[in-house]
Design a protein around this ligand. Structure first.
Ligand SMILES: [Zn+2]
Length: 573
């Protein structure tokens, strides 16, 4: 049964007045910290935005988006996630909590629940159904394998084990701070809203924004009105077109590459047609393009106004997680014409969001932080074309049966050895784990040795050895330790060679897949802007766990319960 089906985790120019100057008379100083107490914290997360990407096409960006942030902000150019499994919920939860996965518990988009005996999707919760009928994941049209693995339509943050910055803000203000989080992905919104805010995400089945009964008993009127306007339908009969002349793009002469994925007729070349809106894949295609970010942007702008965020002296919190960069990166690769155009359009979306915040609240009254849940590898085809080693790992070609037989003979195991492999974790069967006659550490060491022989495997880490601190003190091992939660992590953590990864999304072949502890996956931007901060570039290595305690320290409130990061001195001093 070993590795029969790797459950690979999906992982997965607007004008802006943005002066940042504002009216000094309207600013309220925090006497303890010396800072302007912002009326709004705006946390922007771009899914799969590797640290080099915001400035890759810098001269072609508009004025109000990335350029505004990079030219007016404190820019950390050497920022990394410090955990090994660089997947979406893991990164979002880390940004929100300042904890490593070992603390917040989100060790992967999926994990095997040893109590229930099922693979668990990180934010599924059968106690809290969706507030909208027929908005559950459409398993036939869903290309995100981790969402498809959920066994319930219900969603909540219950599996996040520590508090988030937003929770601490709500707690500090007696619940007066308003907290709203928006994303195409449920997990991109739920992690950031924490346990006490309100999360909204895009239901591909319903073509509208939804939440669950964890958050609300009924939708606010503005959400009903937003959805009644059928926001997705404006893309019916249209196509994703290039923003500029094709010749002007870095990848203008390489639109059609063999490693790109044609999802449901979306094609490998521009224009990418969304169809007439009748296909069951219609809304999925929207999320594989800048349209997904435009929908999120529109919903976030509406929330900003209708919820009166930043309107009074209590600091509010708005999280916007843009997912298109991730899906476009997976389907076409981060170095593709599609990814290039998507970046330029994301720049416009961010500019529009900042302009809306400037108009509603004032950017001088807002602390903006931008980062990413993880980076991304380039597609092996692209890297190979430059002579750089890279490739796809194919666990189905490994000689697993022989390896299993050897181990079973050695340890006298008669039943199943492996329960499941949900990359990066390999879980032993309950019978093997509960067998007192078996030396678990020796068994894990034997499996590690066999795994290390398979092509593409760089490192396999035994959980028992890790629990006993019996491993070399290297960067890679430390990142696996930070990812370890005793109830959720598997018995073995598998790390592939750099630029090698599984590209099978449970049947759909994709161009690239993040999720490793290697630099391209851990490297993300961190930028803080606004509320009196002076522009600065910092090249010291910092970590994403630093963001939440930085926000807490800036506001002089308690850091989240599992926070282990260090407040960034350039922001808080
Ligand atoms: Zn992601």
């Amino acid at each position: 049964m070993i590795l029969t089906r790797a459950l690979v985790v999906l992982i997965a120019a607007a004008a802006c007045s943005c002066t940042g100057a504002g009216d000094p008379d309207s600013q309220s100083n925090n006497e303890t910290t010396g800072h302007v107490r912002p009326k709004l914290i705006l946390q922007i997360t771009v899914d799969q935005l590797r640290g080099d990407l915001p400035t890759r096409y810098y001269e072609r960006l508009g004025e109000g988006g990335f350029r505004y942030l990079w030219e007016n902000g404190i820019v950390y150019r050497n920022a990394h996630h410090a955990h090994a499994n660089t997947e979406t919920i893991v990164g979002h939860a880390t940004l929100a909590t300042g904890a490593h996965p070992s603390g917040h518990g989100m060790v992967g988009n999926l994990w095997f629940d040893r109590e229930t005996g099922f693979i668990t999707y990180n934010v599924e919760d059968s106690n809290y159904r969706l507030l909208t009928e027929d908005a559950d994941v459409d398993e036939d049209a869903e290309i995100d394998p981790s969402q498809r693995a959920a066994r319930s339509e219900g969603r909540s943050p219950a599996a996040i084990l520590t508090s988030t910055f937003a929770d601490e803000l709500r707690s500090n203000t007696g619940g007066n701070a308003k907290v709203i989080a928006v994303s195409v992905k449920d997990r991109g919104a739920i992690a950031m809203a924490g346990h006490s805010g309100t999360a909204y995400w895009f239901s591909k089945a319903g073509g509208e924004f939804v939440t669950s009964t964890y958050y609300l008993d009924r939708y606010p009127d503005w959400v009903i009105a937003f959805n009644d306007a059928k926001p997705a339908q404006r893309f019916a009969g249209t196509a994703w077109q290039l923003l500029h002349e094709q010749e002007s793009y870095l990848f203008g002469d390489s639109d059609d590459r063999e490693w790109e994925t044609d999802v449901a007729g979306f094609g490998r070349t521009f224009p990418h047609s969304y169809g007439d809106g009748s296909s069951r894949y219609f809304t999925t295609l929207l999320t594989l393009s800048p349209a997904g970010d435009e929908l999120v942007l529109d919903f976030a702008k509406t929330a900003l106004v209708e919820e009166q965020l930043g309107a009074d002296d209590t600091t509010d919190y708005l999280s916007v997680s843009f997912s298109a960069t991730d899906y476009v990166g997976h389907v076409f690769g981060p170095s593709s014409l599609e990814a290039e155009d998507n970046l330029l359009r994301l720049d416009h979306a961010i500019a529009e969001l900042l302009a809306a915040v400037d108009q509603q609240v004032g950017l001088d009254q807002t602390l903006v932080v931008l980062s990413a849940d993880h980076g991304a590898p380039d597609s092996p085809g692209y890297l190979n074309s430059l002579g750089i080693p890279a490739g796809y790992v194919q666990p189905e070609t490994w000689d697993r049966d022989s390896a299993i037989d050897r181990i079973k003979t050695q340890f006298g195991i008669t039943g199943n050895l492996i329960e499941t492999y949900s990359h990066p974790y390999l879980y032993f069967s309950a019978d093997v784990r509960n067998d007192q006659r078996i030396d678990q550490e020796a068994l894990e060491a034997a499996v590690v040795e066999e795994l290390s022989k398979f092509p593409g495997v760089s490192l396999a880490v035994s959980s028992t050895a890790l629990r006993r601190g019996n491993l070399p003190d290297t960067h890679l091992y430390r990142s696996v330790v930070r990812n370890f939660h005793p109830k959720r992590s598997g018995d073995i953590f598998i790390v592939f060679e750099p630029n090698w990864f599984i590209n099978d999304f449970d049947g759909l072949t994709v161009a690239s897949t993040h999720g490793s502890p290697w630099g391209y996956d851990t490297y993300v931007p961190i930028v803080f802007v606004g509320a009196g901060l002076e522009a600065k570039t910092v090249d010291r290595r910092v970590e994403t766990v630093d963001i939440a305690p930085t926000l807490s320290t800036y506001l002089n409130i308690k850091a989240p319960s599992g926070s282990v990061g260090t407040p960034l001195e350039e922001v808080v001093n």
